[in-house]
Design a protein. Structure first.
Length: 232
């Protein structure tokens, strides 16, 4: 596993290696119960889930002691790998399916992870909560929805001048065009797009770096269901 991380320009120590191995074991052993992933072969999980989740550490940001929220975390990607790589980060993992949150709680306990808050709920609801709204230095989301929807789901959580790091595929050109109005409404701008090749030729990841430039109108996010029915 260390060699695969090294190919991606990332280094892990023995403690991190042990946690990733244990995470893999839990992911596979609990997969049938929780329906977590279609990817189960070891190297594929390491590359397509673990390494893919932490590619943002190759960006020019300092993540130490920051607050991050992962919207639509699923089985804990990228939240748990990010936390394994940097224990100083405070992470909130939000998902609308409670069984996934239950799995994350299991992983937290078995891996002895602290400062990871697993939350069951919808982004449209929590984005209006004063506990979560505009409280995070960074927000991340990995393959959850098209960009114009993600912006309304995610930007409400980000502090002014903070960043949304959107993990997307190379098919995002049309999404960028469609998201122009949403970017304006969400007081956000695209500052860069990084393209990163995964090890072993297992795909390419685009990370869209979006900065929040101002305080958001209180009407956003709209109530659950409305963003999908009527995208910005």
């Amino acid at each position: 596993m260390k060699a695969l991380f090294s190919q991606a320009g990332l280094e892990i120590n023995d403690s991190q290696l042990g946690k990733f191995n244990k995470f893999y074991e839990l992911l596979i052993s609990e997969n049938e119960k929780y329906n977590l992933t279609a990817i189960t072969e070891f190297n594929e999980v390491v590359i397509k889930h673990f390494i893919d989740s932490v590619l943002i550490f190759n960006l020019d940001f300092k993540f130490e002691n920051t607050k991050i929220i992962d919207i639509g975390t699923g089985a804990g990607f990228p939240a748990i790998p990010l936390k394994i790589m940097d224990e100083s980060i405070e992470i909130t993992a939000l998902d609308s399916l409670n069984k996934r949150i239950n799995f994350i709680e299991l992983v937290k306990k078995d891996l002895d992870i602290t400062h990871l808050d697993a939350v069951h709920g919808r982004a449209e609801d929590f984005g209006q909560s004063p506990i979560y709204r505009e409280k995070y230095d960074f927000a991340v989301s990995r393959a959850v929805a098209e960009l114009r929807l993600l912006l309304e789901f995610v930007i409400p959580f980000v502090k002014v001048n903070g960043y949304f790091l959107a993990y997307k595929s190379l098919k995002s050109d049309q999404e960028l065009i469609d998201a122009k109005n949403a970017l304006e409404k969400m007081k956000a701008k695209i500052v860069d797009i990084k393209t990163i090749q995964l090890p072993e030729n297992m795909g390419t990841r685009e990370i869209i770096i979006i900065q929040k430039t101002g305080v958001l109108d209180k009407k956003y996010p709209r109530k659950p269901g409305i963003p999908k029915k009527s995208p910005l």
